[in-house]
Design a protein. Structure first.
Ligand SMILES: Cc1cc2nc3c(=O)[nH]c(=O)nc-3n(C[C@H](O)[C@H](O)[C@H](O)COP(=O)(O)O)c2cc1C
Length: 191
């Protein structure tokens, strides 16, 4: 509960970020998240240092070609917001008896587990979608094949010292829960 309640999506992230070996270790843990068929329908592409600028330049060139009014430097800056930009690629198994929506759900479970594991080691992260998740140019740059889909990135690093968050208060979720007997009493003859 402490890990769940003190985690935040961190906007400001600095060095250090986990190295490749530590990222892979944490991913081994996160990959135990519920996954119907154990398909692991995802992969990560890690970008650090100048690789992030290559991605930013790619997004900026695409925006300019589309006469988009977002300044290129803004897009390049966005790719430098964290020391580790982990691009998340959804790799669904087509025609599998486990439908694609379940594979996407399993991928989301894995991401949340990874965010919690990062947080438990005092790293911070934020899942960002934005332009990256719909960019054909980024797809090509990162080597996606059909039917792979870019789900944005998990930006990872260390939050500022001021980002030591208190536990969130537990929210009221009672209205998201219904007892079946309450529905049954309202429905005269369901069959
Ligand atoms: C699928 C997904 C996509 C997201 N995309 C963005 C994004 O593009 N930009 C952003 O600032 N945050 C993004 N977020 C983070 C949410 O905005 C964030 O989780 C929300 O503000 C709640 O913050 P918290 O995680 O600290 O509770 C995304 C989260 C998810 C799950």
């Amino acid at each position: 509960m402490t890990a769940i309640l003190t985690r935040r999506s961190e906007q400001v992230l600095r060095e250090p970020a986990p190295g490749d070996a530590e990222f892979t270790y944490l991913l081994q843990g996160a990959s135990t998240a519920p996954d119907h068929g154990r398909l692991r329908p995802w992969r990560w592409v890690l970008l650090r240092g100048e690789d992030r600028d290559t991605l930013g330049t790619c997004l900026a060139a695409e925006a300019a070609a589309q006469a988009d009014d977002i300044p290129g430097e803004t897009l390049r800056e966005k790719c430098r917001r964290a020391p580790l930009v982990a691009a998340l690629v959804f790799t669904p198994c087509p025609e599998h008896k486990v439908p694609e929506w379940e594979q996407l759900a399993a991928t989301s479970c894995m991401v949340h587990a990874l965010m919690l594991l990062l947080h438990a080691r005092n790293y911070g992260s934020i899942w960002r979608t934005g332009r990256l998740s719909s960019s054909p140019a980024a797809r090509r740059l990162l080597g996606l094949a059909d039917p792979e889909r870019l789900l944005g990135s998990l930006d990872i690093g260390t939050p500022e010292a001021t980002a030591l968050h208190s536990r969130r208060p537990l929210g009221d979720v009672a209205h998201h829960v219904t007892r079946f007997s309450a529905i049954r009493s309202r429905v005269a003859d369901p069959v």
